[in-house]
Ligand binder design. Sequence first.
Ligand SMILES: *Cc1c(COP(=O)(O)O)cnc(C)c1O
Length: 366
Amino acid sequence: MIKFLDLQKVTQLHIDEINEAIQRVINSGWYLQGKEVQTFEEQYAAYIGTRHCIGVGNGLDALRLILRAYIELGIMKEGDEIIVPANTYIASILAISDNNLKPVLVEPDIETLQIDPSKIENAITDKTKAIMIVHLYGRCAYNESVANLCKQYGLKLIEDNAQAHGCQYKNKRTGSLGDAAGHSFYPGKNLGALGDAGAVTTNDLTLADCVRTLANYGSSRKYIFTYQGFNSRLDEIQAAVLSIKLRYLDEENQKRKGIAKLYLENIRHHDIVLPIVDNWDSNVFHIFPTLTTQRDKLQKYLSDQDIRTLIHYPIPPHKQTCYTAWNELSFPITEKIHEQELSLPISAVMNKNQATKITETINRWK
Ligand SMILES: *Cc1c(COP(=O)(O)O)cnc(C)c1O
């Protein structure tokens, strides 16, 4: 059977180093706000190419904290609007609405599956304060037109980099392209912890200090509380594991690209649309998304041949019960993606034989 993602194997790749690191933290007697977190923050900031990195509890919190910090700093206020792709994972949108900001959904481009820059300008009002781009499926969503719109309208550019660790735009990494970025180290992500973990990266020292304070009860000095903050910290064990896995991230992303190349060169089917790759540096293939009008049939066919696939995602955010006010809105491209998307297995622990078996099975599909 070919799993969608074999996390046990992923961890086994570096098991000795991971065991050693965990033992080291256990024996140290120091579990939060210590040198493991500090080391990881420095290494990750250097990797992404930002001056600051703040380890936090998870990816959703990273995004919530960025927006909350902008509110505390007087840059945004309740009711302000944030532009976000309509086809993103729900967390990007939750981070906005949780702060009493208004998510403004913008359709993606059907070829890139990323927010369509040509549709952003129409969505900008005098309440718009930021564009949140999401490097969905591991593909870079940043481009000059998004950057120009931010400049022209004085908007913050926030990146949701939960799916794109290591992805590049020209010579810069995603997570360093805008004003601030949220990262998730959920176990299944390209850089995954052994539990929940996340980070904020930014070059803005004021923002970085505010995020760090907010994530620690609103306190920057013990028992002095500047903000009504919350508790969202990266712990020492996860940080130690992440420091190890960060060393192998580029190599593992290369393995993902090898699988993607094999699929792209060999899958041939009249009813399956494969992702378009215009730049191999700008895609780290967190997901390998395909589109087909017979999605559910294809998924069942592959499952019958012991190949597991997933749908990213089955129901678009505007059709969810948590956002009933949007349920009657129409986003045809987003809806089409949610009806047709099927993700093939891709990971650093998949081998060529498995990818070839998947390819041949798909090519035989009638
Ligand atoms: C995983 C993910 C998040 C949330 O990360 P968690 O660590 O699970 O909170 C946010 N945005 C996107 C696009 C994601 O894929």
